[in-house]
Design a protein around this ligand. Sequence first.
Ligand code: UTP
Length: 406
Amino acid sequence: MNRLVNEFVKEKVASTNQKYLQNVLTQEVPERLANQLEQMNWSYLDMIHHKENQRGTFSPLGAMELAEVEANHDRFYAVGLEAIRQCKVGAILLAGGQGTRLGFDKAKGMYNVGITRELYIFEQLIANLKKVTDAAGVPVPLYIMTSDKNDADTRAFFEAHDYFGYDSDFVKFFVQEMVPAVDFEGNVLVESEDSLAMSPNGNGGWFSSLMRAGLDADLKEKGVEWLNVFAVDNVLQQIADPVFVGAVIESGRVSGAKCVQKADPHEKVGAICLEDGKPSIVEYYELTDEMAEAKNPNGSLQYGFGVILNYLFRLDKLFAISDRQMPLHIVEKKVPYLDENGNSVKPETPNAYKFETLILDMVYLMDDCLPIEVERSKEFAPIKNATGVDSVESARALLQQNGIIL
Ligand code: UTP
């Protein structure tokens, strides 16, 4: 069905001189496109002119280091495992990203990292989680965030593989929101006759999407008190790790972040820090060379603990901060679109801005966090690229090093 867009949209299209949307001023357009235009946040267009987020003053923050974790291992493990047994810990798999760097056209979790056998990323993550649920004797509720682009595929994949042996009653999917991409001049891009060029709104919106999907009721019904949120792309990801859970619970803090020692001062990972005195994460591009290379008296880097996108958040605090505004990140990406003549364009270089909120900004909002060091070679094998650093190749080598047959 076609219809005219509302007057508000017409006014916005006219006043911002939208190159690809002139038709909506006079013609009826498909319902889907009209809805997208009416739901979009037009104030984002103003933000492309001041892209830098205002940050506070950074200072270094240490982490609970391996020696301390090891010395308290058994106690932390017992506390964590007991919380898991009581169903106090849920897990959130962030799988809504587009994985553009990997260049795989399906959901990243469907990627086969096996060599002589099939081993999908999702499969490996479930195997990692099962180590814990087998020890606890109960399943951990698992909530998987997808996006419009990969939701149907992801659900079908889990079904087809019988949830890789996990109890499917404890797996729920929810879809994150999408936002339109705009070109560098602020023109909203159109992907097809009936849709804007929509992309997932970043991994920072996971909690609001979870609530929008009504899954907060499920969490409450199950008695979940903590959420372990993790990325799809780290195949050595330890999920609902009892030691991590136990350490954070014992610390009395409302959140925890797993981190590793940076491979080098300029490694492209966010680092644990204090921001205006509160635990936070500074992005690698926000560190000056001087800060990145600054050392403690013992020779370690002052901003040397990189986060690996594995966080633990206390649920009551997540609810308490759920109405707080998260900083908007504007990133340059390659976004295919239809030009004014309706020809489809597949750009070779970044041509558009995407608007995202990021989970790492939640650490600051939580007000308090226990950063805890984990062994890099045992827990960090991210698959971001096809080759080179953080790639399929490097992750395969690390999996094999950890005894996993590929
Ligand atoms: P990345 O920052 O690596 O983004 O995501 P990406 O989209 O997967 O990959 P590139 O940058 O296009 O190559 C880190 C984690 O956050 C999830 C990803 O699925 C991954 O687990 N994520 C990212 C979402 O769930 N939603 C998003 O909108 C973005």
